[in-house]
Design a binder for this molecule. Structure first.
Ligand SMILES: Cc1cc2nc3c(=O)[nH]c(=O)nc-3n(C[C@H](O)[C@H](O)[C@H](O)COP(=O)(O)O)c2cc1C
Length: 231
């Protein structure tokens, strides 16, 4: 566990609490060693994910997804991880959104889990591909009715004239598909699976001597090597 420690000497004026240059937490967390790592990054992720979820941290499945377009221009946004296993990390989105268009041109992607209250982050790099329609449809059926309609109503990442227009689109759909009626998964919406090439586990430590252990996929196979990176 980490503790926030004030690190300004007693004889200096108290720093402005809103000045970002004066904001620093001293991490007192236990370290992460090579010996305790799971053989696969997915298993190691499962351990940390469980700890993040049971710690009470808000939305441990929220992650920052970074994509780049064909010209290499990057963009980032938060999305929710919906499943993970040895095949990859899956999130759901609109395939016509900016991220969806980026990934259609350039499948290289980065995921970042910012578990600040635990002084941890996990950074995945890899390649993204759409999941099968059956898998998308199965997940879509588990979503609340309102979220199902929302997926249809929103042409994600395109300009909308007004809030009223968006709500009108939703209301029209709600009239067509009342509560209890099955809503089909929109063809432009679905899952994206990120197959990891590298997975870095970052644990904050005292004096900025953090632990950074990165799994790297060995060749095209299933094996992984681990490298320690300087903090
Ligand atoms: C906590 C949180 C969770 C989100 N989860 C998702 C999600 O699972 N899928 C999604 O498409 N957008 C999600 N969003 C919205 C995205 O951040 C983003 O606004 C949207 O996907 C459009 O991004 P784009 O224009 O870069 O493609 C979430 C936002 C927040 C803050």
């Amino acid at each position: 566990m980490l503790q926030d420690v004030a690190v300004h000497p007693a004889d200096t004026p108290t720093p402005d609490p809103l000045d970002p240059s004066a904001m620093r937490a001293q991490y007192r967390a236990e370290g992460l060693t090579e010996a305790e790592l799971a053989p696969s990054p997915y298993d190691q992720f499962a351990r940390w994910f469980k700890e993040a979820a049971t710690s009470g941290l808000h939305e441990p499945n929220a992650m920052v997804v970074s994509t780049a377009d064909a010209a290499g221009r990057p963009s980032s946004r938060t999305v929710l991880l919906k499943r993970f296993d040895e095949h990859g990390f899956v999130f759901f989105t609109n395939y016509g959104s900016r991220k969806g268009r980026d990934l259609a041109q350039n499948p290289y992607v980065s995921l970042l889990f910012p578990w600040h209250p635990l002084a941890r982050q996990v950074i995945v790099t890899g390649t993204a591909a759409r999941i099968g329609r059956d898998e998308t449809a199965a997940y879509f059926r588990t979503r609340p009715h309102g979220s199902q309609l929302g997926a249809w109503a929103s042409d994600q990442s395109t300009p909308v004239a007004s809030r009223a227009e968006l709500e009108r689109a939703y209301d029209d759909l709600a009239a067509r598909y009342p509560e209890g009626e099955q809503v089909p998964a929109p063809p432009h919406w679905g899952g994206v699976r990120v197959v990891a090439q590298t997975v870095e586990f970052w644990q904050g430590r005292e004096n900025r001597l953090h632990d950074r252990l990165r799994y790297e996929r060995e060749g095209a196979g299933e094996g992984w090597s681990v490298v320690r990176l300087a903090p």
